[in-house]
Design a protein around this ligand. Structure first.
Ligand code: MRU
Length: 381
């Protein structure tokens, strides 16, 4: 997608020196566009944990490159032990997002085919690049499938702008390119369909205010920022035609774990008869789980709730306190939206009901009872 008119991905290896991985430091947006270079696995773990990079697909791509960096650091004589420990640390850096563990697992499995450390390092790099390329490709495909839904609503509205509500940032910045929830929006714009996006600010980290509004502006998509409590009211007034959100993990039965507050939007949408779509690449499915309640929910630091960071009138970045000195806060980062509240899932293979047998038919190679991947960790690094 575009920043200042130039196309960018959110993560890329330096073509001259692939030991250096570039990322956009999302903590600085929307005020500064900062490209950061990562050259060790420890730096990549910090970048994931401290949210320089965030969002399901991008966390996965970052973990893929991070495992490659770990492979460069691993001593030949203790290669496998080093890699197992690195994998454990990556898995623990953000416990909810499935893409992270999926990418770590995928690179480790690919590396196992090589006979020596040099071959494993080479495969690690190629697999990390493939994960990033595939993420961009799958999101573009989600865009094409999701665009049909927007087009149908547009026809019904006889060309009046389609009002879409989204929560958090499941946009270009949360993936390698296009985004999941935003890909249909970009595709609809490209097809000339008039639309407008209601952007939930998404407390406490404000991904909506800081990132989604900014990236939609970069792409010249009409959007309006609303506070998280406003969506239900707009739905009652008939000002929302559809909701599209992303997902951090989806069970094989279609339960959706996404940014905290998503569940409330799904309830409001159901009460107002508004379709509620969840866009995700297949890398976000957790094929081992049925029940969303089994997914570990990350709890982040209290300061994300008790403080607010932004720029003052002089353009200086400042953090201010919102709550009293002794006020304690509980920062649950994600919630579970039960499958019954989801109208359809939008995947790279097409639309599918959020229901076990339908999902299994669309992904017959992985949708069975066999667990995909065996490692899982819920601990903090
Ligand atoms: O904590 P974050 O910002 O990494 O959370 C992830 C998200 O951005 C959202 O939950 C998003 O809607 C799904 S990620 C595609």
């Amino acid at each position: 997608m575009h920043y200042n008119g130039s196309p960018y991905r959110t993560i890329w290896p330096d073509p001259q020196n692939p030991r250096q991985i570039s990322i956009i430091d999302q903590r600085a947006l929307p005020f500064t566009f900062l490209v950061e270079t990562i050259s060790t696995s420890a730096e990549m773990i910090s970048a994931i944990r401290d949210m320089h990079v965030r969002g399901a697909g991008l966390i996965g791509a970052a973990a893929g490159f991070g495992i490659y960096l770990a492979a460069l650091e691993a001593p030949d004589e203790a290669f496998d032990d080093y890699m197992q420990e690195a994998a454990r640390r990556f898995d623990a850096s953000r416990p909810t997002a499935r893409n992270l563990m999926w990418a770590v697992e995928r690179v480790l499995m690919a590396m196992a085919a090589a006979p020596d450390a040099a071959g494993k390092r080479d495969i690690a790099f190629r697999t990390a690049c493939a994960i990033a390329d595939e993420d961009a490709l799958f999101c573009a495909s989600i865009g094409r499938h999701g665009m049909e839904i927007i087009a149908a609503i547009s026809r019904k509205k006889k060309g009046a702008p389609v009002n879409i509500l989204t929560h958090c940032n499941a946009g270009w910045l949360a993936f390698v390119d296009h985004g999941s929830a935003t890909a249909p929006i970009y595709a609809a714009r490209d097809a000339g369909i008039p639309l407008h996006v209601w952007v939930d600010e998404t407390r406490p980290w404000n991904q909506g205010a800081r990132l989604t509004a900014w990236e939609l502006e970069q792409e010249k998509i009409a959007n309006t920022l609303i506070c998280d409590n406003t969506g239900g009211h707009l739905m009652q007034l008939g000002m929302v035609d559809m909701v599209i959100v992303g997902a951090d993990r989806v069970t094989r039965s279609g339960d959706v774990v996404n940014k905290i507050g998503t569940y409330l939007k799904a309830l409001a949408a159901r009460d107002n008869n508004i379709p509620f779509y969840v866009a995700l690449p297949s890398s976000t499915f957790d094929w081992r789980l049925d029940n969303g309640g089994e997914i570990p929910i990350e709890q982040r630091k209290e300061e994300e709730i008790t403080t607010l960071t932004g720029i003052d009138g002089e353009g200086v970045l400042r953090t201010v306190k919102l709550a009293g000195e002794n006020t304690r806060a509980a920062n649950y980062s994600f919630d579970v939206t039960p499958a019954r509240l989801v109208t359809m899932l939008i995947t790279e293979r097409g639309l599918v009901k959020a229901e076990r047998s339908a999902i299994r038919r669309l992904f017959p190679e992985v949708g069975g009872d066999a667990a995909q991947g065996s490692r899982t960790t819920h601990e903090n690094p």
